[in-house]
Each structure stands twice: as structure tokens, then as C-alpha cells.
Design a protein around this ligand. Structure first.
Ligand code: GLC
Length: 719
């Protein structure tokens, strides 16, 4: 197909339609030609609807084929629609939210989950998934933490790469779908953790922390990029030429499609960046945002901008070419349906193999935060109480695509599956409402706890308490949930608390009452089976926190890779004045980045070095001996951190540079090696580029960001 010839044939309106994306409910052109529903609100004409280039938010292969059929009949150029969908952590078989996948520190697991999601999506008629979301998140008040893989640029970069590989393969396989990295850029830096709020930060902060994961996705050949709703340093991302044209395209070499977020181009009026919709269209086109999602400023304003000479036709043609190239690459011109097949979709979605992947992901991403020895529970338990507002409901998260909570395994069901001879009884105890104070149900829950062998106590937040538009200024458990915990544990100390959450929560004042605490996040379709296997020791814990848990909201933002300041406060025990501290809650978090317990215990030696001097071309090898000192096989996440002791711009106390998840049988010992290179020492310098500086560095290899013996490394010009 000669795409340039095709573009030459197209009218301006048809070109602009290729650069417009409307939800599926906009696309039906009634027999009378009357445009109804949202298309009517957008004042779209029948021709504009007929020539639209892509759509989103439809349900399944059959609907997709119906829409594509109608479109191919109406489109004068017979250009197939691109179908896009929010497949964030699964299409129909839902695996844990991305924040949980980050906690797995397991790139292969992330890739396998996305591969599974890609197959289900492709059969469902999806061509592009609006994923991975790689926004760095340091503020747990932000609802969309659940969609990120956490606070660390390196972990987020590795996860971004793995997810793009999982979705796209080599973009040649029949189940390969195009990925769309989002939200470009720095959406997670919203002031005060309030969704859509202003992002204002230094170039250093941008380059060292917030941009690397997008760049990682670009380097992994992601097909698309989605702009973010927020301002970045005074300019909305969807009209931000420095972000899209200068950085993404010119500097990083990305020549794929950029799509705006939902209505984000038109919202530049609301931001106060544009005076009119025509202004919105002009600034977005000039910034090289190709597709306008769910608003019509391109269709309605660009013709005049061309007449006025403000927009050049060649820029429109370039954008259209990028869209048509993806359609050609995916084979849509040959076959507008690709592998969409309603029957196969039904057969493959939720199949045993996919449920297995989802269950394994939930097992490898739940974090054991506390255990006084009450876990693992004994499988000989006969009377099991499952208490709390999440005792018997599937927890599949905010962006669950076509997933259904009723198709997910609850904790109670998971226990029944594991212990068919046990009596499993549920009591809600209290509601999941935010700020719930009604404790009238606690008494019955306490009675049940008293007469049970063991208690699983499910607390936390609903999926809709996090996710888009769902920031929270207070992230504590409700009074009712805290009361439930205190009274149930008092009634039966053989209690394990299971937390369901889309972000770190504040557990101060209640954590001491918990004999054991498991963070299950939003574990997805197989959550209940995974949680049961973990609580009864069929599977061991191996996950680590991808985001810091603050003691209180007042500490936020709090993250491990911060600066030491000129007056660091030693630890929380000292009450030294005149240092960087809070008088009332201390500086340390409740749980730090990289923290997570296991049924195993591990001993990690101080790193030994092949040499303690590196140069630009000579790397060094650091190795540790790690021993499983328990009688339980287990995996440990070894984390390599480097701190630049002094530099022309102050550097964080430490930064994660590598991690390896290592399986060790009971009593087994292994030597694990890490390559330390000059590239790991680079940072965004005052010379406005990434570079390393000679000097001394500190290296830790540990199983958490706040532990481990360190060694010194010298970076010199030559040995
Ligand atoms: C939403 C989200 C974005 C999503 C898009 C399409 O507002 O910000 O992540 O992909 O709209 O649903």
C-alpha cells in the first residue's frame, strides 16, 4: 500500500478524521444519517464520523467487528479503524494492579502477564492497549499510584520495558498488540497528590526521576505515547512542544503516534493556556500531538488554521502518515479484523492457563509486612473466620477492563478451595466506606473470631477509592475498620490482617495491634486463591514494597532516594534539635521502599569487589553471598544501591541501580554477582546532560533500601 499516494487522495476533512478518536458510542451513523449521542454533542457530521481513524471503549470482538463493518462500508477511503482499549492489568483475566506487579520486582512476571493480556485483547479485537502507565509516584494521596509501578525510576524503567515486550512481542505475532506508554509526562508529580493538579519541577528532577521510564519504553520500541492531563512547568503536556517535539521526537528519536488523553487538548482552554478551541488545535498540532482523543478541535478548527497559514498541510500529512503506518504495520489494510474472534475470545479469556498466570502474579506481588509468628496458618485448621468488608468479594482493581469482580476468587472462596474440609465463615464487621464510624457489626465479628481456630481479617479500600480522579487527603483506615481490627485480634490473636489497597495507606496507631499484615493490593481474578496459598504457607512471600509507606500524611512526600540535607537527623530515637526533622512523628517511614518479609530468613554478606576502582571503560563486579538460614525455600530480591558521596549537584543518599530475584532452598547458599558500570553513576548535571563525575561512591547490596553493609568504590579517569 503506498500510503503517501493514499494521503494525496484524501480530503483535509478525511485526514483530520484520521487524527480524531471517538468512543464507540459516537460511531454509529443511523440509517437516516442523523448523528445521535455524543457525536451529536460534538457536532460531528456524518462524513466526519464515517472517516474517523480510531475508537476506544467498546466491548469485545463481536462489537468490534460490527463497528468495523459499518465503518468500512462508510469510509470513502476504506481505511480500517484502529481499536484501542484501557488494558492496564488484564483484558478479562485480571492480574494484580501495576503497583503490585512493581512489588514483584520480577520483570519476567510482568512480561508474562502482559503477554497473556495481549492474547486476550487481540482476540477481543484490540489493536492498541493504553499501557504501560509509567508515571513515577511518590505521593500516596494520588489515586493513580495503583496504576504505576512505584517511586523508583530504575524499577519503573525495567517494568516499562518488560510490559512493552509483553504486549508487542516483535509486532509480528498474531497476538502482538501495540502498546501506548503514558502519561507523558510527569502526571505522577501532581502537587499535593491531587489528580490532574499542577506539576512544576526542576529539569534535574525531571531528568533523573520522572522521565527515565518513558525513555525506557521508547527504547523498547513502544508504538504509541499518550500525553498527560497536567501542566508541566506552566505548559499543558498536550500542547507542550518541548516535551513532544523537542524531547520525545528530536532527542529520543520517537517517530510513532502521540495521542492526547481524553479531551485533554480541549482542556487547555480550562488550564488557561489557550483562549479558544482553535488555539488548542494549533498548539497541539505544532507540538506534534497526532491523535485528538474524544474532542473535535482538529476536525472543527484546523481547516481555518490552514487557510490562515498557521498550520501547514505537510504537518497534517506527517501525522496522518504516522497513523496509517501503524495500521499498515498491524496488517489492518489486508484484514481489518486481524484475529478478533468472539468464540475464541470466550474460550481463551479466564482459561486455566491464564488464571494460573494471574494467580502466580498475585502470589509474587503480595507483600508480607509483619508477622509475629502467627503465619503461616496450619492447614489442619477446621474453623476459619474470614472477617471484614472484603471477606467474600473479588478485588480486581480500578482499571479492570472487561474483568468482572464476580468472576474473581474472593479470600473466603480461596480458603474453601484450599481447605475443602474446613468450615469457612464470613462476617463483614463493618462497611468499606471511607471514614466509616458505624461499628454495630463488630460484635458479631468478635463472636465469630472467638469460636474460630484462625481469623483472616480483610481491611483497606475499595477499587474505586483509588484510580483516576480518586485522590484522598487522608489515607488511614476508617475508625470502624481500626475498631474491628483491635477487637477481633483481642478476641483471637491467631489473626492475620490482609490489606486491599491501590496505594500505600497510613497504618500508624493500628499496626501494633496486628499480629501479621499482608499487603495484597488489588490482586485480581485469582486473588483469593493466591492469598490462601500464601497465608497457609503453600507458597512463600517474595515481594518488596515499590513505594514507601508513610507513618502519617504529614510526612508526604517521603521516598527513599532523597537528599541527606546539611543537618540530617540520625535516626528517630535522637531528639537532637536544629536538624531536619519532625518533632512529633520522626522522619522514618512506617515501611521503606524495598521492604518485605518472607517465611524464609536470609543472610547477605558485605559486598566484595573485583576491584574498588572503576573507569569509563573498566567496570567492576560486586558479589555477595546470600544464605537461606531457614528451613523454608524462598526467593529474595537482592537490590544494588549506589550513593554518590559528593558531586557538582547534590545526589540522593542512594539510588537503586540493579535487582535480582534469587531462589534459595532451605539452608542453601549462593554467590550473586552485580556488574557496576560508569553508566550507573551518571546524573543530569549542571551542563544539561547526563554525565558522571570522578570521586567516591558507596555501594550497598541488600534486601531493602534501608539495610545492608556498604563498600566504597572510586571512579577515576584511569586506573
Ligand atoms: C483516561 C485516562 C487514560 C485512559 C484514557 C482513555 O482519562 O487518563 O489513562 O487511557 O482516559 O480511557
Amino acid at each position: 500500500m503506498n500510503l503517501k499516494q493514499l494521503i494525496k487522495k484524501m480530503t483535509l476533512e478525511q485526514k483530520l478524521a484520521q487524527l480524531s478518536q471517538f468512543t464507540a458510542d459516537c460511531l454509529s451513523v443511523t440509517a437516516s444519517g442523523a448523528i445521535s449521542g455524543p457525536a451529536g454533542e460534538l457536532a460531528l457530521t456524518k462524513e466526519q464520523v464515517s472517516a474517523t481513524g480510531s475508537t476506544l471503549n467498546y466491548i469485545g470482538a463481536d462489537m468490534m467487528k460490527g463497528i468495523q463493518d459499518e465503518h468500512m462500508q462508510n469510509d470513502p477511503n476504506k481505511i480500517p479503524l484502529l481499536f484501542m482499549q484501557d488494558v492496564i492489568h488484564g483484558y478479562r483475566t485480571i492480574y494484580p494492579i501495576p503497583l503490585a506487579i512493581g512489588a514483584s520486582f520480577d520483570d519476567q512476571l510482568a512480561e508474562d502477564c502482559c503477554r497473556m493480556a495481549a492474547k486476550e485483547s487481540a482476540l477481543g479485537g484490540v489493536h492498541v492497549v493504553f499501557s504501560p502507565m509509567v508515571d513515577l509516584a511518590r505521593d500516596p494521596r494520588w489515586g493513580r499510584c495503583m496504576e504505576t509501578t512505584g517511586e523508583d525510576p530504575y524499577l519503573n524503567s525495567q517494568m516499562a520495558r518488560a510490559m512493552v515486550r509483553g504486549y508487542q512481542g516483535k509486532m509480528k505475532g498474531k497476538y502482538d498488540v501495540a502498546a501506548c506508554v503514558k502519561h507523558f509526562a510527569c502526571y505522577g508529580g501532581a502537587e499535593a497528590g491531587r489528580d490532574y493538579n499542577t506539576v512544576d519541577m526542576s529539569m534535574r528532577n525531571l531528568q533523573d526521576y520522572y522521565l527515565p521510564a518513558y525513555k525506557a519504553a521508547i527504547d523498547e520500541d513502544v508504538e504509541m505515547v499518550m500525553t498527560s492531563f497536567n501542566l508541566l512547568n506552566g505548559v499543558p503536556s498536550s500542547g507542550n512542544k518541548w516535551l513532544m517535539n523537542d524531547t520525545l521526537r528530536k532527542k529520543w528519536g520517537f517517530d510513532g503516534i502521540v495521542i492526547s488523553d481524553y479531551n485533554a487538548i480541549r482542556e487547555m482552554n480550562m488550564h488557561g493556556y489557550c483562549a479558544t478551541e482553535k488555539d488548542c488545535a494549533e498548539k497541539s498540532i505544532k507540538a506534534t500531538c497526532d491523535i485528538e482523543m474524544r474532542s473535535a478541535t482538529y476536525l472543527q478548527q484546523v481547516p481555518n488554521l490552514i487557510i490562515e497559514g498557521k498550520i501547514k498541510m505537510k504537518d497534517i500529512d506527517k501525522a496522518v502518515l504516522r497513523v496509517l503506518k501503524l495500521k499498515e504495520k498491524m496488517g489492518l489494510f489486508e484484514n481489518p479484523y486481524l484475529v478478533a474472534d468472539g468464540e475464541k475470545e470466550e474460550k481463551v479469556c479466564l482459561c486455566k492457563e491464564h488464571r494460573e498466570i494471574a494467580r502466580k502474579a498475585a502470589e509474587k506481588s503480595a507483600v508480607l509486612l509483619k508477622n509475629n509468628g502467627v503465619l503461616p496458618f496450619d492447614t489442619s485448621a477446621k474453623k476459619v473466620a474470614v472477617i471484614g468488608p472484603f471477606a467474600d468479594k473479588g478485588m480486581i482493581g480500578f482499571w479492570a477492563c472487561l474483568g468482572k469482580a464476580e468472576e474473581a476468587v474472593s479470600v473466603a472462596q480461596g480458603v474453601k478451595n484450599l481447605l475443602p474440609d474446613a468450615t469457612v465463615t464470613c462476617q463483614e464487621g463493618c462497611s468499606s466506606k471511607l471514614n466509616e464510624t458505624d461499628i454495630s457489626g463488630v460484635e458479631k465479628a468478635v463472636e465469630l473470631a472467638k469460636e474460630s481456630d484462625i481469623v483472616i481479617l480483610t481491611v483497606g479500600e475499595e477499587a474505586y477509592h483509588s484510580g483516576e480522579g480518586n485522590s484522598r487527603a487522608e489515607i488511614k483506615l476508617s475508625i470502624a475498620q481500626q475498631t474491628l481490627i483491635k477487637q477481633v485480634v483481642k478476641a483471637n490473636p491467631k489473626t492475620a490482617v490482609v490489606l486491599f489497597n491501590g496505594r500505600p495507606l497510613v497504618l500508624n496507631g493500628i499496626i501494633d495491634d496486628m499480629p501479621a499484615l499482608v499487603d495484597a493490593w488489588q490482586p485480581g481474578t485469582e486473588g483469593g486463591n493466591a492469598i490462601a496459598n500464601l497465608l497457609f504457607g503453600k507458597v512463600n512471600f517474595s515481594a518488596k514494597l515499590p513505594m514507601t509507606f508513610p507513618k502519617t500524611e504529614g510526612q508526604i512526600p517521603i521516598y527513599y532516594n532523597s537528599f541527606r540535607t546539611g543537618r540530617p537527623k540520625g535516626d528517630d530515637s535522637s531528639d537532637a534539635g536544629y536538624c531536619s526533622r519532625y518533632q512529633d512523628v520522626g522522619n522514618l517511614p512506617l515501611f521503606p521502599f524495598g521492604y518485605g518479609l518472607s517465611y524464609s530468613t536470609f543472610q547477605i554478606s558485605k559486598p566484595t569487589l573485583s576491584t574498588n576502582v572503576i573507569t569509563k571503560k573498566d567496570k567492576l563486579v560486586a558479589e555477595v553471598t546470600v544464605k537461606n538460614t531457614s528451613n523454608v525455600d524462598g526467593e529474595v530480591v537482592l537490590q544494588a544501591y549506589i550513593g554518590d558521596d559528593y558531586a557538582s549537584l547534590v545526589r540522593p543518599v542512594k539510588e537503586l541501580k540493579d535487582y535480582k530475584k534469587v531462589m534459595l532452598k532451605a539452608g542453601e547458599e549462593k554467590t550473586v554477582k552485580f556488574k557496576i558500570t560508569e553508566e550507573m553513576l551518571r546524573f543530569w548535571s549542571a551542563n544539561d546532560k547526563f554525565e558522571s563525575e570522578y570521586g567516591s561512591f558507596t555501594l550497598w547490596i541488600s534486601d531493602c533500601s534501608d539495610t545492608g553493609e556498604s563498600v566504597k568504590v572510586e571512579y577515576v579517569k584511569k586506573r
